[in-house]
Write a protein that binds this ligand. Structure first.
Ligand code: 5GP
Length: 116
């Protein structure tokens, strides 16, 4: 449910603060990360504030999680060569700072720092 204190992403969705929005449907929005960690660094965010992280989203609405992944693929094709890394920081000890589920889409040349 929406918390009393809206997250920064709720405020972006409500157009209360600006963002460089690259994609939007009734259910998801995507915009450029304000502090990019790759040549292409987009955030794909389900509009509902119901889910704090990807574990909650997977349990509560797997179809919406699939839409997030499909949107990441679409955007990697539009903004890069179709190759992308998808990151869901989950929990403060894993680096999550905004507790409104979001996927980081990193693309555009990631040969350095590969996890593989
Ligand atoms: P997390 O650390 O929760 O996985 O990711 C949050 C991301 O949101 C960070 O990469 C951070 O740079 C980004 N971010 C935080 N505040 C803003 C903002 O006001 N606008 C945009 N576009 N990105 C933000």
């Amino acid at each position: 449910m929406s918390s009393a204190q809206p997250t920064i992403f709720e405020r972006i969705i409500a157009r209360e603060i600006p963002a460089d929005i690259v994609h939007e449907t009734d259910t998801v929005i995507a915009f450029r990360d304000i502090a990019p960690k790759a040549p292409v660094h987009l955030l794909v965010v389900p509009k509902t504030p119901r889910y704090r992280d990807v574990a909650e989203l997977a349990a509560g609405d797997p179809a919406l999680l699939a839409e997030v992944v499909a949107t990441a693929h679409l955007l990697a094709n539009e903004h890069a060569d179709g190759h992308f890394r998808l990151v869901f920081n989950t929990g403060a000890n894993a680096g999550q700072t905004v507790f409104h589920v979001h996927a980081h889409v990193l693309a555009g040349g990631l040969t350095e720092g590969s996890l593989a």
